[in-house]
Design a protein around this ligand. Sequence first.
Ligand code: NAD
Length: 244
Amino acid sequence: MSSLKGKTIIVTGAANGIGLAEANLLAQSGANVVFTDVDEANGISAAKAWGTQGMFIRHDVSSSADWERVVAAAITRFGRLDGLINNAGIYRPGSLEETSEENFDSQVAINQKGTFFGMKYTAAEMKKTGGGSIVNTSSICGIRGFRGCIAYNGTKWAIRGLTKTAAVELGEHGIRVNAILPGFVDTKILAANSPEMNQQAAKDSVLNRLGSPQDIALLARYLVSDESSFVTGSDFLADGGYTL
Ligand code: NAD
């Protein structure tokens, strides 16, 4: 991945799970990585491991003021911005009947509005240097219905729509925008499901296992790098064949 050497990439939700694996893999591939998260303790130690190549910024993705601060700090430290992985997300299950307005709004604010803000604030900077790559994080919950997580599902469908329209608008500026759609991946987010549900999901996958954060990081690295130079506006399922 020589195309990543010296590039600067922001990864949101980089203190844990998939985002942590993505940020580590990008740093290992030579990129300067801005780890952002609301979890300061894990975020600081994760970024510290990469010395001058890594930096941590406390960042609530649902706040436009935080986004302005993060982009400005990334430019001050590394001088340019080449990529963004919009990974931060929350999962608060609930059926149509059960889901409160507060539950619905919290998932829209972080998953959907956070993705919108990320594209808006980083694209403005990438335009200045002639391009870049944005990777948004949808889910298998963004291609079908699932009983019991109506608000989360709505946000993950929305992320695919945001991705396609941003890809159309940003292509002329050399900015590519794609979405990854993970299946069941073994992170702490799955604690919101019953253990039986997660075990069944592994069995229902053609590959007979849950995904690992690294499975998803490898796909995200491909999309953020120049290896995917003719790829934009696309959805990338990484679900071990769960939805087949
Ligand atoms: P995780 O809970 O391990 O990590 C999510 C990270 O996001 C945490 O570090 C958390 O602190 C951070 N975060 C939460 N709210 C935030 C906010 N307001 N601002 C900034 N950071 C915030 O979960 P994960 O499984 O690694 O999930 C990462 C992404 O992948 C999410 O968007 C999730 O919806 C998506 N996804 C996960 C799975 C799965 O099975 N694990 C499947 C499909 C999609």
